[in-house]
Design a binder for this molecule. Structure first.
Ligand SMILES: CC(C)(COP(=O)(O)OP(=O)(O)OC[C@H]1O[C@@H](n2cnc3c(N)ncnc32)[C@H](O)[C@@H]1OP(=O)(O)O)[C@@H](O)C(=O)NCCC(=O)NCCS
Length: 336
């Protein structure tokens, strides 16, 4: 058996790598979702100079026939104290020790990249929350839970009049703010402010046992994020809140939908900076992105979102919008 980093440009190796991941994702118990599409993994795995790039690994008799696969998300300048990764064993090949061996190899690769902590993310289906195979596996290999997230799905489209009603209920709290939205890239005059919000996003969201730092973002990185998302085959539907008095951009929300597989839209970042919270801006931003989904006439059937279990304000917004629990995501941490 061999452990190898594969080149995402090699069709044969990449397709085999993706096949294991896809079979593993489909074997989840309950609401398996669509997961990342192959083009999306690829788009984020080929540019070695990007602020974040995935290193993809295969484990098996040959790189063309892996029994287990993994990924490490290598950041160039951000959060160098830890590295995030994933690990999947082909459902037909489980309980043979392959997961354990691949995990050891990923730990060695993380050490080679000089990252002292490895954080493995895993998604559980709605019928295996708290009981997926990861629970005994990761704990048995010296990992502890760093964070637990809940996945919620919102059926789409919403009943007629519902978004109007929410908008009317929440907007009286936010008269000091203007909500702006766009689909074709951030307006030039907002791009620096938008970069700042992305930079502080990691430190503004609640974290339990992962010491995150602000990231390095500038206007060019916002443009790169937009270009990469486009290459992933996705449209970005964005809303932002501007404080009328100061002109400051104080929050944003991103909804993304695949042009090829638009059935499931994904909620990405939503942020309202601390001193501007309490004005229902989180909900208003989400409604504004949903308006874009509506006007774009996407044949979407549901919107999926992940929140930290501790993020009560965001969970309250999602519940008010009508989203319901559909799975979990666990971050397992080990100091290497
Ligand atoms: C979790 C996963 C990686 C385990 O892979 P694997 O190759 O089956 O793991 P191993 O054979 O090395 O198992 C090692 C030990 O983990 C525990 N374990 C693994 N799967 C388990 C399960 N379904 N139920 C209970 N314990 C389990 C057992 O203690 C096992 O030892 P044993 O078989 O001697 O009892 C695999 O089930 C998988 O890909 N799941 C979906 C993706 C995932 O959860 N990834 C993140 C893992 S943190």
């Amino acid at each position: 058996m061999h452990f190898t980093r594969i080149d995402a440009n090699s069709d044969e190796k990449f397709d085999a790598w993706f096949g294991v991941l896809q079979r593993s994702e489909r074997s989840r118990d309950g609401e398996s979702g669509q997961g990342w599409h192959p083009d999306e993994w690829r788009a984020r795995s080929i540019d070695e100079t990007a602020p974040r790039v995935f290193h993809l690994y295969s484990y098996g008799p040959t790189a063309e026939r892996p029994v287990a696969v993994g990924a490490l998300e290598v950041t160039r300048d951000d959060n160098l104290a830890f590295i995030e990764g994933n690990l999947f064993v082909d459902p037909a090949e489980r309980r043979r020790g392959y997961g354990s061996t691949l995990l050891q190899e990923l730990e060695a690769a993380a050490r080679d990249l000089r990252r002292p902590t490895l954080v493995i993310f895993v998604i559980e289906g709605s019928r295996e929350i708290g009981s997926g195979p990861n629970r005994s596996f990761a704990a048995g290999h010296g990992y502890r839970i760093a964070e637990e997230h809940v996945r919620r799905d919102l059926e789409w489209p919403r009943p007629s009049g519902e978004l109007d009603h929410l908008w009317e209920t929440w907007s009286p709290f936010a008269t000091d703010y203007e909500i702006i939205s766009w689909t074709d890239g951030t307006p030039e005059e907002l791009v620096e402010a938008r970069a700042h919000l992305s930079a502080i996003m990691p430190t503004e969201a609640p974290h339990v046992d992962i010491d995150v730092e602000a990231e390095h973002w500038d206007a060019a990185r916002v443009r790169l994020h937009e270009a990469t998302t486009h290459r992933m085959g996705r449209d970005l539907l964005v809303a932002a809140a501007r404080h009328r008095a100061s002109g400051e951009l104080v929050g944003y929300s991103e909804l993304t939908v695949s042009r090829d597989q638009p059935q499931t839209a994904y909620q990405w970042d939503t942020l309202v900076v601390r001193r501007h919270r309490g004005h229902r801006l989180g909900g208003l931003l989400k409604v504004a992105t949903m308006r874009l989904l509506e006007s774009g006439q996407y044949p979407t059937r549901k919107i999926t979102t992940f929140n930290s279990m501790l993020n009560e304000p965001m969970i309250a917004v999602n519940e008010a919008l009508g989203a319901r629990v559909a799975g979990a995501m666990v971050a397992w941490r080990k100091d290497l």
